[in-house]
Write a protein that binds this ligand. Sequence first.
Ligand SMILES: [Zn+2]
Length: 284
Amino acid sequence: MRRAAFTVDVDRDVNVPVPGRREAMSQPRNGDGSPRFSSSARGLVLLVELLNELSIRGTFFLEAETARHIAGTVDLRRLLREHEIASHGLSHEDLTGASTGLPFTGSEATDAVDLAADEIHRLTGRVPKGFRAPYQHVDDTIHRLLSDRGYLYDSSMTDDIRDRCIGPRPLPCGLTEFPLARGIDARGKHIHSYFWPMHEGKRRPADYIHLLDQFDDGLMVLATHSWHVVETYAGRLDDDQVAMKLGEIRAVLDGARDRGITFTTLEEDVRRGAEDGRGATGTV
Ligand SMILES: [Zn+2]
């Protein structure tokens, strides 16, 4: 059966890693790169409204510090009550140090993951069972840590679509991995199931609908940032541009449904897979 999940990384506006810093900064505006959260807050509300209108339950990977800022103006429990809540780290830290040059030790990574879960629980009343690493920077050590802490799945990796199949798949540590997908566009170039290039004006909804036509079995993870429907790397968008960004996402989600693809949340898919004996392989 063809399944899809719409996932949203709720993180600081236009986040950028900075060498030598643990926490992420925001793309500088007027020379100031301090973390900002207002576009993420507005985009989150708009994306939830869109999903509610379409009766699609989303998976929201909350970066804990961003969630705390958003909770100052938005009732997260109420807003996200119909949707899955998962973790996107504490302060958008680069756990492997691939971008910052500051890899976390095992205990530092454990602290970051646990503090994030505690804060998300405090803000939403729910304990996250899924994780997406900031920048998708993950390794076996992080996967084992998540498994030890009671997580059910990770969704940080990227897999090529092979033999018209895409994840989930089991990891040796016991987690289920829901990889993002990489396929080929109509011109033969690689395309990822993260909407980043569409929001930056480099791809169209038709490119992602073409990607959705490339699998017959499994679950395709579609992904975006909460802030990215409100602000791009170039700057903040006006209301017409925001409406266009939301319309593009709607076009992809409608296109998926037109193809008979069923939307689910990742946690629900793990639990259903365990119940029907399919495990994490995608096949019964
Ligand atoms: Zn992120």
